[in-house]
Design a protein around this ligand. Structure first.
Ligand code: GLN
Length: 454
C-alpha cells in the first residue's frame, strides 16, 4: 500500500530519490515468514520506513543529495541501517535532502526540491525535507533524519510531523556521511510521539564503531511516551526561554506557541520564564563551527576515492582532475560552506573565528545547565515561520540560516530536543511546531511531555 501511495503522489511531492520496491517487498516477505515461524524481530517488524539518503545502504544508492555521489553504492551499511534491518523494519527507499545536509528547505538538493504536502508550492523544510514530507504525504509511517542544526526538527515542524534529535552520541554516526561531526545526530521521524519512541529504541544505543557514541543504555523513551499519554504533567517544570521571544516570529506562530504554553499549564505543568543570554550568539557560532568541520570532512571527495571523477583523460594532473571534479560535483551552498570553513580555520583567523565560536559553544552549554537546574524541559517554537514558498529564500543565505534560530542551541550543547505538531497557524493555515528541549541523556523527558501535549 505504501509503495502504491509513493507511485501515486511522489511525482508531485518528490520525497524520494530512490525507491527500492523489490528490496522492500523481499524484506516484508521475510518478516511474514518470521512471523509464521514465531520469530518476529521486534515491535516494528514489517513497518515501512523512509531513510534519509545520508545513511549508507549496501543495496541502494547513497547520494547525500549530491552529484558528487551520484549512483554511489556503499560497500557497507550504516549502523542505523543495520539496526533497522535487524528489527525487521522495511526500508522503502532513500529520501531527498539538501546536498550534504546543508540547508533548511531541500532546495539545495542536486536532484530538485521536495514539495510540502500541505501546500505543494512551499518548502518541506530541510535538510531532511524528503523524510518529513514522506510522513505528511502518508508515503511512509516512519522515517529517519539527521539533525546537525535542526534538520529533523525544522522539517517536522513545517510538515506537521514529529521529529527528534536524540542526545549527541545517542544514535551511532557510523555510516552516516559526515557534515559536521561534532554536531551530526541521526534520529527518528514519525507522525506520533509513541511511533518516534519505538523507532528511537531500535536505532539508539552504544556502537563501538562510533567513538563518540554514548556508553549507556537508550533512555526509556517508549515508557515515557506511554506514561505521557495519560496527559498528566503535574510536577513537571517547564521553562520558556526569554531570548527566543518576539522579534522575527510570525504572529501566527507566536499565537500557536502561546496556546501550547497554556495547554501545558492546563495539563498540570508549572511554566516559568528562564533566561539563556548566550543563545543570541548561537546562530553565529554554528555558522562558523559547522562550515569549519564541513570543509575538513568534504576534503575526502577528491575524485579519487568516491563517486564522481571529471576530466581524467590522461592529459591532466591529479590536482586538475580534483579541481574539475569538485567544481562540477558540489553545488553552490556546499562551495560556500567549504570557503567559509576554510577561511575560519586558516592561520591568523583561527582564534578570532573558530576559537571564539568554540567559546560561545561552551557558554551556551552553561546556559542550558543553569536553566535545567530550574526546570525539567525548555520549550519554544521550533521555527520562527511556517513553510515559505519554494524559491523565496534561495538567493538569501542569511534569511535561510535564520530558520535555525531556535534549533541550533541544542546541537551546540549536544542536548536532546523534539518538535511536535502545535496546530495550524491562524495566519496561513500551515503547521507550526512546538520544540521541547531536555538535558543530554534525558531524552525520555521529551517523550513524556510530547506525548502529553500531542
Ligand atoms: N539548516 C542547517 C544548515 O544548513 C541545519 C542543517 C542540518 O541540521 N543538517 O546547516
Amino acid at each position: 500500500a505504501h509503495l502504491d501511495r509513493i507511485d501515486a503522489v511522489d511525482p508531485v511531492v518528490h520525497a524520494f530519490l530512490h525507491v527500492g520496491a523489490d528490496e522492500a517487498l523481499e524484506a516484508a516477505r521475510k518478516v511474514d515468514a518470521d512471523r509464521a515461524a514465531g520469530t518476529e524481530a521486534s515491535a516494528l517488524a514489517g513497518v515501512p520506513l523512509a531513510l534519509k539518503d545520508v545513511f549508507a545502504t549496501s543495496d541502494m544508492p547513497t547520494t547525500v543529495g549530491s552529484k558528487m555521489l551520484e549512483g554511489w553504492r556503499p560497500p557497507y551499511e550504516a549502523t542505523v541501517t543495520r539496526k533497522l534491518r535487524e528489527a525487521g523494519v522495511v526500508v522503502l527507499g532513500k529520501t531527498n535532502m539538501d546536498e550534504f545536509a546543508m540547508g533548511s528547505s531541500t532546495e539545495n538538493s542536486a536532484y530538485g526540491p521536495t514539495r510540502n504536502p500541505w501546500d505543494t508550492t512551499r518548502i518541506p523544510g530541510g535538510s531532511g525535507g524528503g523524510s518529513s514530507a514522506s510522513l505528511a504525504a502518508f508515503q511512509a509511517p516512519l522515517a529517519i533524519g539527521t539533525d546537525t542544526g535542526g534538520s529533523i526538527r525544522q522539517p517536522g515542524a513545517v510538515t506537521g510531523t514529529v521529529g527528534v534529535k536524540p542526545t549527541y552520541g545517542g544514535v551511532s554516526r557510523y555510516g552516516l556521511v559526515a557534515f559536521s561531526s561534532s554536531l551530526d545526530q541521526g534520529g527518528p521521524c514519525a507522525r506520533t510521539v509513541l511511533d518516534a519512541a519505538l523507532l528511537h529504541e531500535v536505532i539508539g544505543g552504544r556502537d563501538p564503531m562510533d567513538s563518540t557514541s554514548i556508553d549507556a543504555p537508550v533512555p526509556p523513551v517508549v515508557d515515557a511516551a506511554r506514561h505521557g499519554a495519560n496527559g498528566d504533567l503535574n510536577g513537571v517544570r517547564i521553562g520558556v526561554v526569554r531570548e527566543f521571544a518576539g522579534e522575527g516570529y510570525q504572529p501566527g506562530v507566536e499565537r500557536s506557541f502561546q496556546a501550547a504554553v497554556r495547554q501545558l499549564t492546563d495539563l498540570g505543568a508549572e511554566v516559568v520564564e528562564v533566561s539563556c543570554p548566550n543563545f543570541d550568539y548561537a546562530l553565529g557560532a554554528y555558522y562558523l563551527i559547522a562550515p569549519s568541520e564541513a570543509s575538513s570532512n568534504l576534503a575526502r571527495f577528491d575524485a579519487m576515492r568516491y563517486g564522481l571523477r571529471v576530466g581524467d583523460d590522461g592529459s591532466r594532473s591529479a590536482e586538475q582532475v580534483m579541481s574539475l571534479t569538485r567544481e562540477a560535483g558540489f553545488g553552490a551552498e556546499v562551495k560556500r560552506r567549504i570557503m567559509l570553513g576554510t577561511y575560519a580555520l586558516s592561520s591568523g583567523y583561527y582564534d578570532a573565528y573558530y576559537g571564539s565560536a568554540q567559546k560561545v559553544r561552551t557558554l551556551i552549554t552553561r546556559d542550558f545547565a543553569a536553566a535545567f537546574e530550574q526546570v525539567d524541559v525548555l520549550v519554544s517554537p521550533t521555527t520562527p515561520t511556517t513553510a515559505f514558498p519554494i524559491g523565496e529564500r534561495v538567493d538569501d543565505p542569511m534569511a535561510m540560516y535564520l530558520n535555525d534560530l531556535c534549533t541550533i542551541p541544542s546541537n551546540l550543547a549536544g542536548n536532546a530536543a523534539m518538535s511536535v505538531p502545535c496546530g495550524l497557524s491562524d495566519e496561513d493555515g500551515l503547521p507550526v511546531g512546538l520544540q521541547i528541549m531536555a538535558p543530554a541523556t534525558a531524552d525520555d523527558r521529551l517523550y513524556r511531555v510530547g506525548a502529553a501535549y500531542e
